[in-house]
Structure formats: structure tokens, C-alpha cells
Ligand binder design. Structure first.
Ligand code: GLP
Length: 245
């Protein structure tokens, strides 16, 4: 695992965008695995900036998002489809039909999960997967206890994850209880993984990721066995890591 420590969130976002931009230059028909949450927002801003300067072209790019809430329509302001359109897809020249997000309103969610896993295999695997991390070590919406062998599946969100995401909704009751998420095994299909973490509330998760053993109770620890993992963390998120361990 490679670890890049930046001074602050802005630098972290620039670094992540630089890696993605150079991937697109190397391979204009790249497949990008994308994440939501507040952490990658700065990265999307930087990517849009370089697109606006004419440095990148998304006409041949495809994207696969990690997850989606169950029950929210694609135009609900907190759906991950809406988030991606607003912060990224609507601001670049990517053909919308090349952007994939699980359908959280599918009638048969098990069928939707297998369909999405099939899409990952047909379109992907992603050349590069962007990831955030939950304070409890979740990646995508893979909560503690998720099998490392899991494909795309439906998950019940833990109270702590619902609480952490409540800030985006008007009331706690509106926060969805279920989500469809790529599984740990699905995430591992990516050729390269870039995990971002910013702020002191992520410091304990980063400490555990770096020093802890692989443990299904801490989903991000599965990433330790991925052959091409880069962590980009700012100093606050890196604060509990020291040379002695
Ligand atoms: C949500 C998303 C994850 C994200 C996590 C952390 O649960 N499903 O993909 O990594 O939140 O979000 P944030 O970056 O806002 O801390």
C-alpha cells in the first residue's frame, strides 16, 4: 500500500484529481469507479477545473458508482445519482448513458444487485476506483461484518452510518434504512484503488487500516490484500499514525 500524506483537504483533492487526470490521458476510454460522500467533492471540483481548461475529455469514459440508497428516486436531491449528476456528470462531457449507478428503486433488489454486478464485469473492471471510508471502516455501504467475498448486495445501514449521513437530510426519519452497494469482492475487481480520508474524525479509521489485521468487522481492512492501493490522507486523518505503530 502506498500512503500519500497531504497538508490539507485542498491538497488531497488536487492529488487525487491529478492521478485520475493522468489515468484519463493514458487511457481515454478508462472506466472509473466513483464514490459519493463529502470527501470526494473536492476531487470532483478539481477534475471539473481541468476539464474546463481543456485538459481532459470524458467522451470515451465510463463510470460505475459504488452504491445507492434504496427508495430514493434518481431525482431525489439526496440520491447518489443526483449527487453525481450535480457535482460531476452534468459538468463534464461524459455521455450520461456511460454512467452507472445502482437503481435503488428497482422492484426486485436482489435482481438489481446481480444486474449491477454483471455490469461491473461487462463494462469494467474499473481502471481506478475512488473510495471514501466511514468512521466504522465501511467502504461503499459495506458495513462491519460484511463478507470479503460479497458481490453487489442490499444492505441495512447501521444506526451510526444513518446518523453520519443524517446531516444531508431534513429529519432523521428521512434517512434511508437500506442501500444497494458493490460488495467487497466487487470493489476488489478494480485494477487500482485510491482511498481518500480527511479530517480528525477519520483518524482512528486510518490508524486501524494501517496497523490493524484483516478483519471483516472492519471492512476497509480487506483492501490490505489489494495489489494496487493508494491512501491519500491529510495530516488530520493521519494524526494517529506514527512511525513506531
Ligand atoms: C457514505 C458512502 C461512502 C462514503 C462514506 C463517508 O456512507 N456510502 O461511500 O465513503 O459515506 O462519507 P464522507 O466522505 O462524507 O465522510
Amino acid at each position: 500500500m502506498e500512503v500519500i500524506v497531504t497538508n490539507n483537504y485542498e491538497e488531497l483533492s488536487r492529488k487525487a484529481a491529478e492521478i485520475i487526470d493522468s489515468q484519463l490521458k493514458k487511457e481515454p476510454a478508462s472506466v472509473l469507479g466513483l464514490a459519493t460522500g463529502s470527501t470526494p467533492l473536492g476531487t470532483y471540483k478539481e477534475l471539473v477545473k481541468s476539464y474546463e481548461k481543456g485538459q481532459t475529455d470524458y467522451s470515451g469514459v465510463s463510470t460505475l458508482n459504488l452504491d445507492e440508497y434504496v427508495g430514493l428516486s434518481p431525482d431525489h436531491h439526496q440520491s447518489y445519482r443526483c449527487f453525481m449528476d450535480k457535482h460531476f456528470f452534468d459538468l463534464i462531457n461524459i455521455p450520461k448513458e456511460n454512467t452507472y449507478v445502482p437503481d435503488g428503486r428497482a422492484e426486485d433488489l436482489a435482481e438489481e444487485s446481480s444486474r449491477y454486478e454483471q455490469i461491473i464485469d461487462e463494462i469494467g473492471p474499473p481502471d481506478l476506483q475512488l473510495l471514501g471510508i466511514g468512521e466504522n471502516g465501511h467502504i461503499g455501504f459495506n458495513e462491519p461484518g460484511t463478507s470479503f467475498e460479497s458481490g453487489t448486495h442490499v444492505v441495512e445501514l447501521t444506526p451510526s452510518t444513518r446518523q453520519a449521513n443524517a446531516r444531508f437530510f431534513d429529519t432523521m426519519e428521512e434517512v434511508p434504512t437500506y442501500a444497494v452497494t458493490m460488495g467487497i469482492h466487487s470493489i476488489h475487481k478494480s485494477k487500482r484503488i485510491i482511498l481518500l480520508a480527511s479530517g480528525k474524525h477519520k483518524a482512528e479509521a486510518i490508524r486501524q487500516l494501517i496497523y490493524g489485521e484483516e478483519d471483516e468487522q472492519f471492512p476497509a481492512s480487506s483492501l490490505k490484500r489489494h495489489p494496487d492501493l493508494t491512501l491519500i490522507v491529510d495530516q488530520e486523518a493521519y494524526a494517529l499514525v506514527n512511525e513506531k505503530g
